[in-house]
Ligand binder design. Structure first.
Ligand code: ZN
Length: 460
């Protein structure tokens, strides 16, 4: 068995209103290139950075949520490197004393160590023509992103498989969303460097991977590559590789540079930062996914609880509605049909206009049996598009339970499916459910299924 050791460096973009050292907006996505910048985030001579206090607070929140320890004070340093994504030829980051350190995250029963958490400015975005460095004939630079606060979270090399790494990233992303400091759906909001070694050999770093599944894929490929190298008797060297998500392979970028080569120096334009208000911030932390999962698992099935907590807004809604209606019923609808519809449209609850009061009316209608389950699913589809109160959805969504109308649906269903009727009569009883479905379709999902069954039994 190959022994795998993986460590992660996660860069999460923080959703503060402004950038880390200037007043430009942090929401750089979707803007015309190079319109969201100023002398400071362009690094023009004479410009002076000022620390965004909110970013520090967000970083402290993350540190607290990941069970970290904090120094009394910290400071920023300049990391010197020459690359067009950083026009002043250094990045303002933290090196000597990070904002937080020595924390952990529980992955089921396994403890994943958090080595350090620090803040730094995001570099500009490079757009390679042709999509990759290898294929590019030229490179475009968009400074809209430069200076956006990044929180770098460095783990200990505690992962033993690519799958564990993916699970950790999902969990981390969920924690950050609960803290309301990060938005997982924004382009490039989480970028990962993964280092991996097999059987105690040299460490290979895979740089700048976006997306949890991509991280898993890149690491899986890298294990195979290293195992094959060893089989052929070749030496694995310490190097930096990139991941090509199209070809699904990692590619050599450069042999590894060492931290000392960056020539870190204290950033003289900024003052030291005192870490304060720890207790106050701790008290204001929201209930985090692990704790929520425990609490929910006591009232609904674990799979439902897990699904509910994966979207903080759905969890909030569950908290309110499960007190007013049967928690099991609420759990099933929110974690099942509602989430399915949201996922289908690539939305989260907060991207829609659905409010708790809409869902309250919905559950009342379900409880009073005014709508069937099938109608319920159709109503949710409508609500995700544009939320309306049940009453406003009109008669198309009311349940039909008078036998006269239902007989009509059943009669049509029977007339249109003579073959199925014959099959049923010759003993193929499972056709019955098919005919129920056909009659239900005729009612556009509005008929009471119990009455359909009763009428069908009488009429067939
Ligand atoms: Zn700026």
């Amino acid at each position: 068995m190959t022994k795998v050791k993986i460590g992660l460096e996660v860069h999460a973009e923080l959703t503060t209103k402004t950038k880390l050292f200037c007043g430009c907006s942090s929401a750089w996505q979707g803007k015309r290139p190079n319109t969201n910048c100023c002398p400071t985030c362009l690094g023009l001579p004479g410009s002076k950075p000022r620390v965004n206090e909110k970013a520090i607070e967000y970083g402290i929140k993350i540190g607290l949520a990941l069970n970290c320890r904090f120094p009394k004070e910290t400071f920023f340093s300049r990391k010197s490197y020459f690359y067009p994504d950083m026009s002043k030829n250094f990045q303002i980051t933290q090196y000597e004393i990070p904002l937080a350190m020595k924390g952990y995250v529980m992955l089921d029963k396994k403890k994943i160590g958090i080595r350090r958490i620090h803040l730094e400015e995001d570099p500009a975005r490079l757009v390679h023509s042709g999509g990759s460095i290898a294929a590019a004939r030229y490179v475009l630079i968009d400074y809209n992103r430069s200076g956006v606060p990044l929180c770098e979270i460095v783990t200990e090399p505690d992962f033993e498989s690519p799958k564990e790494a993916r699970m950790f990233l999902q969990k981390l992303s969920s924690i950050l969303e609960y803290l309301n400091v990060y938005d997982s759906l924004l382009e490039g909001s989480m970028r990962v460097d993964a280092n991996i070694s097999i059987d105690g050999g040299e460490r290979v770093e895979i740089k700048n991977i976006s997306g949890f599944k991509q991280v898993e894929k890149a690491l899986t490929y890298e294990i195979i590559r290293q195992v094959n190298m060893k089989k052929r008797g070749r030496k694995i060297v310490q190097e930096t590789r990139g991941f090509d998500p199209v070809a699904n392979v990692t590619i050599l970028q450069r042999t590894k540079e060492f931290e000392s080569e960056y020539g870190y120096i204290f950033e003289p334009d900024l003052t030291r930062i005192e870490i304060k208000n720890l207790n106050k911030i701790k008290k204001e932390l929201p209930e985090l996914p692990d704790k929520k999962l425990k609490r929910y698992s006591k009232i609904v099935k674990k799979e439902i609880a897990e699904s509910l907590i994966s979207d903080p807004q759905i969890a909030d809604m569950f908290d309110v509605l499960s007190k007013r209606f049967d928690p099991h019923l609420v759990g099933i609808w929110l974690s099942g049909p509602l989430k399915k519809t949201l996922n289908y449209n690539n939305l989260r609850l907060k991207d829609t206009k659905i409010k708790t009061e809409h869902m309250e009316r919905f559950f009342r209608a379900i409880e009073e049996k005014k709508i069937t389950d099938m109608m319920g699913e159709m109503i949710l589809r409508e609500m995700v598009k544009s939320p309306k109160k049940i009453e406003e959805l009109g008669t198309d969504f009311t349940r039909i339970d008078d036998e006269g109308s239902i007989k009509e649906f059943v009669r049509t269903a029977l007339a249109e499916n003579p073959k199925a009727v014959l099959e049923y009569k010759s003993g193929k009883v499972e056709v019955f459910e098919f005919l129920v479905g056909q009659a239900m379709k005729k009612s556009k999902g509005r008929a009471d299924p119990k009455i359909i069954r009763k009428v069908l039994e009488e009429m067939i």
